[in-house]
Design a protein around this ligand. Structure first.
Ligand code: ADP
Ligand code: MG
Length: 237
């Protein structure tokens, strides 16, 4: 397997404030890679930096061999990378279907728009039923599905997911993880930021633990569980 996304010596932050202090992380093609770590470690900042949304970034970020670190967000999307952020990036007052159509705004092909909508509705039947309802009337789990659905409208090669389970009840949370697993099986590479360590370990092929803007550990879920790194990362030394 080869690395789809490669992050080397990434420094990034907001204003003068450095948040990431030399992050090295790679995501194998077609894997689910989890990025975990305590609150404030810089996990969201890693995803934002890859997507061109931090104030500044230094270091190398390459995707399928192409350098992303100097590209603006819309160019990064064209390379096949999509980001579903913690707030789920949906428009609350627009309908479910309008949200999905907006997800596809970058392409202007009507024919594929219809088939892409069908694809998303097949994956998330609950969204089809509610396609004319406003996004804000959806449950938390359905809003998360809509955020994922919007990203899928762009046929991403890679998804950056920031805490898809945030605020969801356990049953819905499992459903979301199962959908993510299925999206991955269809060939999409996934970098998943999670607070929910148990699920992150269960669903991922590889795990990176971030602490204070640096990768403290990388390994398989098994290796994480066999070490005391979780205790160290979350409880301090
Ligand atoms: P995590 O996702 O691991 O909880 P974040 O990447 O969101 O961590 O945040 C890391 C640090 O960066 C925190 O100290 C946070 O306050 C700061 N931070 C995040 N976003 C911004 C921003 N837009 N402007 C300034 N500081 C920010
Ligand atoms: Mg975060």
């Amino acid at each position: 397997m080869s690395a789809a996304l490669k992050i080397e010596n990434l420094h990034a932050g907001y204003g003068k404030l450095p948040i990431l202090n030399g992050v090295n992380l790679s995501v194998e093609a077609e894997s689910i890679t989890a990025l975990i770590g305590p609150n404030g470690a810089g996990k969201s900042t890693v995803l934002k930096a890859v997507f061109g949304l931090t104030g500044w970034r230094k270091g190398r970020i390459s995707f399928e061999g192409e350098e992303l670190s100097r590209l603006p967000t819309h160019e990064i999307i064209r390379h096949g990378v999509c980001f579903v952020h913690q707030g789920r990036n949906i428009f609350p007052t627009l309908s479910v279907q309008e949200n999905l159509e907006l997800g596809a705004y970058i392409r202007a092909n009507e024919a594929s728009l219809v088939s892409d909508l069908e694809r998303v509705y097949e994956l998330f039947p609950a969204l089809k039923k509610k396609r004319l309802d406003t996004a804000k009337s959806l449950s938390g789990g359905q809003q998360q599905m809509l955020g994922l659905g919007r990203a899928l409208m762009l046929h991403p090669k890679m998804l950056l997911l920031d805490e898809p389970s945030l605020g969801l009840a356990p049953k819905i949370l499992r459903e979301i993880f199962e959908k993510i697993g299925y999206i991955n099986e269809l060939g999409t590479t996934i970098l998943l930021v999670e607070q929910n360590v148990q699920e992150a370990l269960e669903y991922s092929d590889k795990v990176f633990i971030l602490r204070e803007g640096r990768v403290e550990f990388e390994g398989t879920p098994k290796e994480v569980l066999a070490s005391d790194v979780l205790k160290k990362a979350y409880l301090g030394r």
